[in-house]
Design a binder for this molecule. Structure first.
Ligand SMILES: O=P(O)(O)OC[C@H]1O[C@H](O)[C@H](O)[C@@H](O)[C@@H]1O
Length: 545
């Protein structure tokens, strides 16, 4: 069975939401809190070591129930079941979407084409374990017999962002291996990285689902050439590993069979860190902790699959996001983690969210008459407070934001952590409450300013407030809680795709870019330039001169 193909605007809930929006859009969050003393509890979900508070949103109990009606009417429950069962919900590519199988329990059975994919997943996990154990312990060595000290992940997009984000996020748990990520086709990236490396003690992991991506193959080839300046062809087998679905191409590159880790076409690139694409993660933190990351994701999968919509974290966050995107016309969402470790989290989510739901054709092949994918951005707090928060507080745009914080720090320095978390709580409160004219005047009066001075400054110091936020307060940043957090956003993406009636698991827009770059490269390398518009033509001629 495929996904339902229901245009959300044709549901009964949609016009009800439109009417409801008209009557509630002026409501201030402060008033909603004044009406219900227990609002913070009413609109929050406590699940394992997560407390998700969504009370600081412009929703009433009626909004919440209408949004759930919408989810029922577009067939979300059936869609969730199709997703987990491995039905070919990636219809335009004729594939299942089974990253959830990568973190399934060993005893689970997920049948695809007559075989249980969980068995295949566990066979590869076994290989990942023995390979990473041997590299970390130093039993597998480089060509001069020395233990490995450095690992370079060569990949781009999903073959880079996931592993890079997780390794950075779990830096606290890292072992002695230094990790590097080379992704950009810009030579600065690879050449700068090579300066830091010793060929005798560096392991290169080439990660590419297709093994045809220009950036990855160029970087891998440059690195191989560099390596061969110091070693022999035979030594490549010891220093290179590969992760791909395309085993033929790997063989052409000269990587030894025992260092090849397969993945499957039912894993999308941007959801692949749970597969062997996460090899660099397993190398950096060890297999056991890598497996805890997978367990955390599996727990979120179970929560998502089995919980009613009203208490289901990914569903609730997706519905709220749709409320702002499609009714308030909000275009962007900010993700603000209050830990430096999650510095790459929003960059990672940009691919996950924008590549998945950046679509304008629905599942019936028609242009969507409504908005779809949100623009995602963000930086850790408190740095972001001193950068772009001004616009969130007092700008003209509505920017719903997710604040992600941790009850306990990893460093144990309570002075720093208390200050950090004071900012974390104070910001969402300030974004909600704002500051009224009366409050500003009272403050000025206390500071002894004249009436003239006060009147001149008051308008600039008033904060409207009413800025929506979700607060995700998690016990501690661990491999497991990170796994759950990532899976939460993966499922939010899925729910939004279902609500918008779009296909979230293809990326034809990116494919186009790949084809065009090939044609332009031949224009640059050959004497003749093919046909272009006058701007591109002039730029190419200028570049070649
Ligand atoms: O893993 P690869 O096949 O090299 O693909 C790397 C990336 O290529 C494109 O940018 C796709 O849109 C991404 O989804 C993918 O992650």
């Amino acid at each position: 069975m495929s996904l339902p193909k229901i245009d959300p605007t044709t549901t009964k809930a949609w016009p009800k939401l439109e009417a409801h929006f008209k009557t509630t859009k002026e409501i201030h969050l402060k008033d909603l809190f004044a009406e219900d003393a227990d609002r913070g509890r009413t609109f929050s979900i406590q699940w394992k070591d997560f407390l998700v508070d969504f009370s600081k949103n412009r929703i009433t109990t009626e909004t919440f129930s209408l949004l759930q009606e919408l989810a029922q009417e577009v067939g979300l429950q059936q869609a969730i079941s199709s997703y987990f069962k491995g039905e070919p919900i990636n219809e335009t590519e004729g594939r299942a979407v089974l990253h959830t199988a990568l973190r399934a329990k060993k005893t689970d059975r997920i049948m695809l084409g007559g075989s249980n994919v969980v068995d295949e997943v566990y066979a590869v996990k076994k290989d990942i374990k023995s390979f990473t154990d041997a590299i970390i312990s130093g039993t597998k060595t480089g060509f001069t017999g020395k233990a490995f000290t450095d690992v370079v992940n060569i990949g781009i997009g999903g073959s880079d962002l996931g592993p890079a984000m997780v390794v950075e996020s779990l830096k606290f748990y890292k072992n002695h291996l230094r990790t590097h990520f080379v992704s950009n086709v810009d030579g600065d990236h690879v050449h700068e990285t090579l300066k830091e490396l010793n060929p005798e003690t560096t392991l290169f992991v080439v990660v590419s689902k297709t093994f045809t991506t220009q950036e990855t193959l160029s970087n891998a080839t440059t690195i191989k050439k560099w390596f061969l300046q110091h070693a022999t062809q035979q030594d490549i087998a010891k220093h290179f590993a590969a992760v791909s679905t395309n085993t033929e191409k790997i063989a052409e590159f000269g990587i030894s069979d025992s260092h090849v880790f397969p993945m499957w076409d039912w894993v999308g690139g941007r959801f692949s860190l749970w597969s062997a694409v996460g090899l660099t993660i397993a190398l950096a933190i060890g297999f056991e902790k890598y497996d805890q990351l997978l367990q955390g994701a599996n727990e979120m999968d179970t929560h998502f699959k089995e919980t009613d919509f009203s208490g289901n974290i990914p569903v609730v966050l997706a519905l709220i996001s749709v409320w702002y995107n499609n009714f308030y016309g909000a275009e962007t969402e900010a993700i603000i983690p209050y830990t430096q470790y999650l510095g790459r989290f929003s960059a990672y989510l940009q691919q996950g969210i924008m590549e998945s739901n950046g679509k304008s054709v629905d599942r019936n092949g028609k242009i969507t008459p409504y908005q779809t994918g949100t623009i995602i951005w963000g930086e850790p707090g408190t740095n972001s407070q001193h950068a772009f928060f001004q616009l969130i507080h007092q700008g003209t745009k509505l920017i719903p934001s997710d604040f992600i914080g941790f009850k306990n720090s990893l460093h144990g320095d309570s002075d720093h952590h208390n200050k950090l978390m004071a900012n974390f709580f104070a910001q969402t409160e300030a974004l909600m409450n704002g500051k009224t004219q009366q409050e500003v005047i009272a403050e000025f009066k206390e500071s002894g300013k004249s009436e003239k001075e006060v009147n001149a400054l008051v308008p600039f110091k008033v904060f409207e407030g009413n800025k929506p936020t979700n607060t995700l307060l998690i016990d501690r940043l661990t491999p497991k809680s990170l796994g759950s957090l990532i899976a939460l956003y993966e499922h939010k993406i899925f729910v939004q795709g279902v609500l918008w009636n779009i296909f979230s698991y293809d990326q034809w827009g990116v494919e186009l870019g790949k084809q065009l770059a090939k044609k332009t490269l031949s224009d640059i390398e050959n004497s003749e330039i093919s046909k272009h518009d006058s701007s591109t033509m002039r730029l190419l001629q200028y570049f070649k001169k």
